[in-house]
Design a protein around this ligand. Structure first.
Ligand SMILES: *[C@@H]1O[C@H](CO)[C@@H](O)[C@H](O)[C@H]1NC(C)=O
Ligand SMILES: *[C@@H]1O[C@H](CO)[C@@H](O)[C@H](O)[C@H]1NC(C)=O
Ligand SMILES: *[C@@H]1O[C@H](CO)[C@@H](O)[C@H](O)[C@H]1NC(C)=O
Ligand SMILES: *[C@@H]1O[C@H](CO)[C@@H](O)[C@H](O)[C@H]1NC(C)=O
Ligand SMILES: *[C@@H]1O[C@H](CO)[C@@H](O)[C@H](O)[C@H]1NC(C)=O
Ligand SMILES: *[C@@H]1O[C@H](CO)[C@@H](O)[C@H](O)[C@H]1NC(C)=O
Ligand SMILES: *[C@@H]1O[C@H](CO)[C@@H](O)[C@H](O)[C@H]1NC(C)=O
Length: 594
C-alpha cells in the first residue's frame, strides 16, 4: 500500500512539471485547419486518434495520435467527398474488428443526408466507399447496437419520414432497414440530440428521442425498444419561436449514481437570457450566472441557418471532469451581449449556494479568462486527453472573422491537482481469425478487441478519504451526431484519494460485471467476451505512456538504493558501536583483572 502511495506521489510530481497552457504547436505542429469531428483509435495502438474535416469541408483526414510531439500527426489517411461532410462516426460496421468510418454529407438538391461507410479490411484507408451512399435519410443517424451483436447499427428517419433502424451485418453491403414499431408520428428534431444509453439500470441501453416538443424514452431490451414515457421541454419554450432549446446531455451532475438530463436553453430569441435546465422529477433552472467580471452578460449562441458557419447548427454543451473532483464539468460557447464576441468557457460543477431547492449543484464560470490565450473567437471547445494520462485537456476551434478562417488550438490542463482518476474503455470485443492479436512492446497488444462501442454503462462506488460514500455513473458514446464529439472512453476524477475504488460496475447489452478494488490512476480496457458470460469478461490495463513507467521505475530504484545506503550506514554504525563496546568491555575486564 505504502509503495503504491509512493508511486502515486511520484506520478503526480512528474505530471505537474511543465506549465504552459497553449500547446498548439506541440500538438498539431503546423496543421491547424483540421476541424475535429470524431475520436477513435484507428490504428489500434491504444492511443485515441482524431478524425478531422479539412480543406473545403469535403475532405476527411485521420490525425494519428503519438506519444511524442507533435502529438497529433497529419497522415495520408484522407478521402474526399462530393458534398460537405456533416458528421463522422468511426465504428465497426461489418464485424471484422477493424474500425470503419461512417461519413454523412448533405445533398443540397433534396436536403437528404447521404450516409457513406469507408470499409476497413486491413488497417489501411480505402476511399472506394465515397462513390455511392449506402443510405439516403432525413437528418443525421444515431449509432446504436440494435441486436447486441457488437456490430454498430443506425437509428434515424428514412426518406419517407418513418423512424427506422438500419441493421448492419457481417457483409459490407447496405444495411437492412427495420421500421420502428410505433404509432407516434412526431418527427425527430433537426438537429436532434438522440441518445443511446442505459437509463433504467437493466444494462440494456435505452433510446432517448428528441422531437420539437418532447424527449421520448424507449426502454431497451433484447427484442427492440418499448415506449416508456415522454418529457415535455421546459418553460413552454418552442425552439426559434420564443427562445431556444439546445442539445440535451446526460451526465451524473450530483453524483447520485443516476444520469440526469441537462439542457441548455434561452428564454428569448437572441439568447440574452440563457440558462441550463436539469430534469429530476420535473425541470429545474440551474440559475447559471452568465455575468462576467465587467458586468457584461453572456448567453448561448443561437443556431444559425448559415451553412458556412461551423459548429453552429445547435447549442451544444460538452461534458467532462476537468478538475478531477469527480463532478462532471462543461464546456460551452457563449456570446457577449455587449461586444458580440464569441468565446468558449469552462463551467465548473460547484455546490449550489443560492436559490437551490431541489438541485444541490450548479455550474459556475470561475475564471472568465481561462482560454484568453486564444485571442480570436473560440467557437467550439471539446475535452480530449492529449497525453493519454487520464487528465482531460481541451481542443478549441478559433474563428478569424476578417479572413473567415478556422484554426484549431490545444489547451493543456495544468492545474496542479494531486488528484487521481480511473479511465475506462469498453470495446466491442470482436475478433478476426485472419488477424490474430499481435504483441508489441511491453506486451502491449497491437490489435485490440474491436473498436468504439456505443451504449455501455460504467459506474463506480467508493469511500472517499473523509469516509463519505460516493458513486457515479456515465454512459460510453451515447451520442454521435451533430459534432457531439464524445470520447470513446470515460474518465472519472476521484479527488484527492489514494484509496482503492471499491467497486466498478460495467453493463453491456443486458449483462453486467463488477470488479472490486481498482487501483486509482488505472486506465482499464474492458473486453466483454463472451458477451453472455460476464465472469469471462476481461479487464486489461491500458498501456500508460512508457516514459511515466520508466520514470517511476527510476524513482523507485532510486528510493531502494537510498534506503539500502541508510540501512548499510546504520548497520556499519551499529557494528562500530558494538566493536567499540566490546573493546571497552575487554578493557574493563582487563582492568578488573588487575
Ligand atoms: C501513406 O504513407 C505511408 C508511410 O508514410 C506509406 O507507406 C503508404 O504507402 C502511403 N499510402 C498511400 C496510399 O499513399
Ligand atoms: C478498395 O475497396 C474496393 C472494394 O471493396 C476494392 O475493389 C479495392 O481493391 C480496394 N482498394 C485497395 C487499395 O485495397
Ligand atoms: C408492436 O407494438 C405493439 C404494442 O406496442 C405490439 O402489440 C406488437 O406485437 C408489436 N409488433 C412488433 C412487430 O413488434
Ligand atoms: C421502462 O423502464 C421503467 C423503469 O425501469 C419501468 O418503470 C417501465 O415499466 C418500463 N416500461 C416498459 C414499457 O418496459
Ligand atoms: C430570464 O427569463 C426568465 C423566464 O422568463 C425570468 O424569470 C428571468 O427573470 C429572466 N432573467 C433576466 C435576467 O431577464
Ligand atoms: C451592471 O449592469 C446593470 C444593467 O445591465 C446595472 O443595472 C448595474 O448597476 C450594473 N452594475 C455594476 C456594478 O456596474
Ligand atoms: C486572429 O485574427 C487575426 C485577424 O483578425 C489574424 O491575423 C490572426 O492570425 C488570428 N489569430 C489566430 C490565432 O487565429
Amino acid at each position: 500500500m505504502e509503495m503504491k502511495i509512493i508511486i502515486l506521489l511520484f506520478l503526480s510530481v512528474i505530471s505537474t512539471i511543465n506549465s504552459s497552457c497553449d500547446i498548439t504547436s506541440a500538438v498539431f505542429d503546423n496543421v491547424l485547419d483540421g476541424m475535429p469531428a470524431a475520436f477513435g483509435d484507428y490504428d489500434s495502438d491504444e492511443l485515441t486518434d482524431v478524425f478531422v474535416i479539412r480543406k473545403d469541408g469535403k475532405t476527411l483526414e485521420i490525425l494519428l495520435s503519438n506519444e511524442h510531439e507533435p502529438l497529433l500527426r497529419s497522415t495520408n489517411l484522407t478521402c474526399k467527398f462530393e458534398n460537405r461532410i456533416t458528421s463522422i462516426v468511426p465504428g465497426d460496421y461489418d464485424g471484422n474488428v477493424f474500425m470503419d468510418i461512417l461519413v454523412t454529407t448533405l445533398d443540397n438538391d433534396n436536403i437528404l443526408t447521404n450516409v457513406y461507410v469507408l470499409w476497413n479490411d486491413d488497417g489501411t484507408l480505402n476511399c472506394s466507399g465515397t462513390s455511392k451512399p449506402l443510405i439516403k435519410m432525413i437528418g443525421q443517424p444515431l449509432t446504436i447496437d440494435y441486436n447486441q451483436d457488437m456490430i454498430i447499427d443506425l437509428f434515424g428517419t428514412d426518406a419517407d419520414n418513418h423512424r427506422t433502424f438500419w441493421i448492419f451485418n457481417n457483409g459490407q453491403n447496405s444495411p437492412e432497414p427495420i421500421q420502428m414499431n410505433t404509432t407516434i408520428s412526431t418527427s425527430i428534431r433537426s438537429p436532434h440530440s438522440n441518445a443511446f444509453l442505459d437509463l433504467n439500470g437493466d444494462f440494456y441501453p435505452d433510446i432517448m428521442i428528441t422531437t420539437n416538443e418532447h424527449v421520448e424514452i424507449w426502454n431497451g431490451s433484447n427484442k427492440g425498444f418499448n415506449y416508456f414515457k415522454k418529457i415535455k421541454w421546459p418553460y413552454d419554450i418552442i425552439d426559434s419561436i420564443n427562445g431556444h432549446i439546445g442539445q440535451s446531455l446526460n451526465l451524473d451532475v450530483e453524483l447520485r449514481g443516476e444520469l440526469d438530463l441537462i439542457l441548455p436553453i434561452c428564454f428569448d430569441n437572441d439568447c440574452k437570457n440563457s440558462t441550463i435546465a436539469i430534469y429530476n422529477n420535473g425541470w429545474h433552472n440551474m440559475n447559471i450566472n452568465f455575468i462576467d467580471d465587467h458586468n457584461d452578460t453572456w448567453g448561448f449562441v443561437p443556431s444559425n441557418s448559415d451553412n458556412d458557419k461551423l459548429y453552429n447548427d445547435a447549442i451544444t454543451l460538452r461534458g467532462g471532469d476537468f478538475n478531477m473532483d469527480g463532478y462532471p464539468d462543461l464546456l460551452a460557447t457563449l456570446k457577449s451581449s455587449k461586444t458580440q464576441i464569441i468565446r468558449s468557457f469552462l463551467l465548473i460543477n460547484s455546490p449550489c449556494i443560492k436559490n437551490c431547492k431541489y438541485i444541490k449543484r450548479t455550474f459556475v464560470i470561475e475564471d472568465w479568462n481561462t482560454f484568453n490565450t486564444f485571442k480570436n473567437d473560440t467557437i467550439m471547445a471539446v475535452f480530449y486527453d492529449f497525453y493519454q494520462n487520464g487528465i482531460l485537456d481541451v481542443i478549441l476551434v478559433q474563428h478569424d472573422k476578417i479572413h473567415n478562417k478556422y484554426q484549431v488550438g490545444a489547451f493543456k490542463n495544468d492545474l496542479d491537482y494531486d488528484a487521481s482518476f480511473i479511465k475506462v474503455m469498453v470495446l466491442t470485443s470482436l475478433t478476426n481469425p485472419d488477424y490474430p492479436l499481435s504483441y508489441g512492446s511491453l506486451g502491449k497488444k497491437k490489435r485490440t478487441y474491436g473498436t468504439n462501442l456505443p451504449g455501455p454503462s460504467i459506474s463506480y462506488d467508493t469511500t472517499t478519504q473523509e469516509g463519505n460514500h460516493r458513486k457515479a455513473i456515465a454512459a460510453q458514446l451515447p451520442q454521435s451526431a451533430h459534432f457531439s464529439l464524445n470520447l470513446p472512453y470515460t474518465t472519472f476524477g476521484l479527488g484527492r484519494t489514494p484509496n482503492f475504488v471499491d467497486k466498478l460496475l460495467i453493463g453491456v447489452a443486458g449483462y453486467s460485471r463488477e470488479w472490486r478494488q481498482i487501483i486509482p490512476n488505472s486506465q482499464m480496457v474492458v473486453i466483454p467476451k463472451p458477451i453472455d458470460y460476464p465472469p469471462g469478461w476481461k479487464a486489461q490495463l491500458f498501456v500508460t505512456p512508457s516514459k511515466l513507467i520508466y520514470m517511476s521505475a527510476a524513482a523507485l530504484a532510486g528510493t531502494c538504493v537510498l534506503i539500502s545506503f541508510i540501512i548499510l550506514y546504520l548497520w556499519w554504525k551499529e557494528r562500530r558501536e558494538d566493536k567499540f563496546e566490546r573493546l571497552q568491555e575487554a578493557h574493563r575486564f582487563h582492568f578488573d583483572a588487575m
